[in-house]
Design a protein around this ligand. Structure first.
Ligand code: SF4
Length: 222
């Protein structure tokens, strides 16, 4: 395996983050890096709550894969739900993902997640610096203020990992990956807002048709 030293550092970071025994969770979109972080965090807390933002707009492949992985690894899956169903939101506001994607993400991702995170002290993510220019300065260990004022420890164990290292780990540990990668997708979110990448150098360039690069969670200041 090519990343032995980095893997050791990553495991140490996760262990350090958990030393205080504070309540920890992991937000998971079931993309490749998430499956790697999930594997590493579960080495230390097998029952870690796996928070999935159930926007109601995911690809059928993502729901199928989520359910398969949940069963395969006996995950403690927590579907984080928005206040309104897709039908309620669309009947009230129309297709917000077309007319106002920031508002749609706020209602279906950002606000539900911040409510869910209130139960925890340590938040693990699968973010990596190479995913997007918006993530270039990502720190492996950071703090994150929720709107309530509560401060979380936000841990991104793979901050410095390359694509090749993620794929290498998945292969080594026999982790199956989302079939959508085989169709050319490099970053996978809600179906209406996900396309093949427009810029091969920017993995997230297929998201939101280039209108934005982040749903708002990781650039929020609380
Ligand atoms: S990614 Fe698109 S569909 Fe999903 S919550 Fe954001 S705007 Fe809505």
């Amino acid at each position: 395996m090519v990343l032995t030293d980095k893997l050791t550092e990553t495991r140490e970071l996760i262990a350090d983050s958990l030393r205080s025994k504070a309540a920890a969770c992991f937000t998971c979109s079931f993309q490749a890096e998430d499956m790697v972080v999930l594997s590493l965090v579960r080495e230390q807390i097998p029952n870690v709550p796996v928070l999935f933002l159930e926007t109601g707009y995911h690809f059928a492949d993502v729901y199928r894969y989520r359910d398969e992985m949940t069963q395969r690894y006996a995950l403690n899956l927590v579907n984080v739900m928005p206040e309104k169903t897709v039908a309620e939101q669309e009947s009230q506001f129309g297709l917000l993902y077309q007319s106002a994607p920031d508002r749609c993400c706020k209602l279906r991702k950002v606000e539900p997640l911040f409510r869910a995170l209130a139960d925890y002290e340590v938040w693990f993510t699968g973010l990596r610096r190479v995913q997007s220019p918006t993530r270039a300065n990502l720190q492996p260990a950071d703090v994150f203020p929720l709107p309530s004022g509560k401060i979380l420890r936000k841990i991104s164990p793979l901050a410095a990992w390359t694509d090749q290292e993620v794929w290498s780990f998945a292969k080594e540990y026999d982790i199956p990956l989302l079939p959508l990668y085989e169709k050319g997708y490099t970053s996978i979110g809600c179906e209406p807002c996900t396309a093949l990448p427009m810029d091969p150098e920017n993995l997230r360039s297929g998201r939101w048709a280039g209108r934005k690069l982040e749903c708002g969670i990781h650039i929020a200041k609380g």
